[in-house]
Write a protein that binds this ligand. Structure first.
Ligand code: MN
Length: 233
């Protein structure tokens, strides 16, 4: 047994619907610009015939369970929600074909990819990494993982409200790169492992929240997610 200088940090994890065990989270991958209408609102339209998907990562330590109240984060004046379908990987996969992609799927969740939009866009426009804009303490929210082994989700309403007012409303059938294509592409670069999460991208309607706001979102057929924004850290 190894001994450590100080106690290792806890393993990031999420509840699993219907199970007492939690889902231990290994990595968080996020797909950028994966709905045309959102890419357009960001001023960066996507031509699927000429591009491949791109990704950024968020530390698994940024995860919080749905229902949490989190502090408004430091360093931003434009903290945004992004409602997303989250894919949970349950089996290892490297260079997985689109046809075989379902074999590594454990289940899905409903997630929020919280974003310091001001810092993300400043970094983007200077050609700098997005970490300060995206890798935010308590900035990755997810529902319990819903076991749906081998299931490829190809449609279903995805929506988000802030204080009861609808801000995002789309359908997962509008993903530019669908679930099979994301797994096939990402697994060209990574040995996907059990515990990996893939945030599949947000539809249009992203916007800011402030202290006191309550965010509720859902992916029909999967789960709901909620978050309350507390006082500044
Ligand atoms: Mn996102």
């Amino acid at each position: 047994m190894s001994t450590y200088l100080f106690p290792p940090p806890p393993v990031p994890s999420l509840p699993i619907r219907g199970r007492t065990e939690r889902f231990p989270v290994n990595r968080i991958f996020c797909v950028g610009r994966n709905y045309h209408a959102h890419a357009l609102e960001m001023g960066k339209p996507v031509d699927k015939s000429a591009e491949r998907p791109f990704y950024f990562t968020k530390s698994p330590q940024t995860l919080v369970d749905s229902g949490a109240t989190v502090a408004y984060p430091p360093g931003t004046a434009n903290y945004h929600y992004e409602m997303e379908l989250v894919l949970a990987v349950g089996r290892a996969g490297f260079r997985v074909s689109a046809d075989n992609a379902h074999e590594i799927i454990f289940g899905y969740g409903a997630g929020l990819d919280m974003t310091r939009r001001d810092l993300q866009l400043a970094a983007r426009d200077k050609g700098r990494p997005w970490d300060l804009g995206k890798d935010i303490e308590q900035g990755s929210v997810c529902s319990a993982i819903v076991p749906m082994e081998g299931t490829v989700i190809s449609q279903g309403a995805i929506a988000l409200e802030v204080n009861g007012v609808t801000r995002q409303s789309s359908d997962v059938d509008k993903l530019i790169w669908n679930i099979r294509e994301i797994i096939a592409d990402l697994s060209q670069f990574y040995h996907l492992q059990p515990g990996d999460l893939i945030y599949t991208g947000t539809p249009e309607g992203v916007g800011p929240v402030v202290t006191g706001d309550r965010i509720t979102g859902r992916v029909d057929g999967v789960a709901q997610v909620s978050l309350t924004i507390g006082d500044p850290a």
